[in-house]
Design a protein around this ligand. Structure first.
Ligand code: NI
Length: 135
């Protein structure tokens, strides 16, 4: 199937640079691979069940109106499973935060999804592990 997609110029430029470095034969192959990775990640996130320990790493623009408050509210709503967080100021606008969690997998995932849905959040990565189990 063929699809047409509109992308911001800088996103496409970055993408093209990466697929060139990685040696993809075409932009289409790079896009197919990206979609596969996206699906795998989404399915993995939905499979997070039982107790999980993990981290959410995020980068966001703190000058975005209301974002710092929204992030703070999200973390206060999950106070039972958020054990710690660290904040680093990256430059004038951007912040890096790492949140450490311990709780039900579904709740850990819910925190990550809530953060992902906020405008101005540029990067979110959830990592989880079952405590005590060999991975
Ligand atoms: Ni900051």
């Amino acid at each position: 199937m063929r699809i047409g997609v509109s992308l911001p110029n800088n996103l496409l430029t970055k993408f093209d640079r990466i697929i060139e470095k990685r040696g993809y034969s075409s932009r289409s192959e790079g896009i197919r691979d990206s979609i596969r990775t996206y699906i795998t990640y989404y399915e993995w996130m939905n499979d997070v069940k039982g107790r999980r320990v993990g981290t959410i790493t995020l980068i966001y623009d703190h000058t975005k109106r209301g974002l710092s408050n929204a992030l703070s509210e999200a973390q206060h709503d999950y106070i039972d499973i958020i054990k710690s967080s660290t904040h680093i100021h990256l430059d004038h606008d951007n912040c890096l935060e790492v949140i450490i969690l311990d709780g039900e997998g579904a709740d850990v995932k819910a925190v990550a999804e809530r953060i992902m849905s906020l405008k101005g959040v540029k990067y979110v990565k959830l990592n989880t592990a079952p405590p005590g189990d060999k991975i």
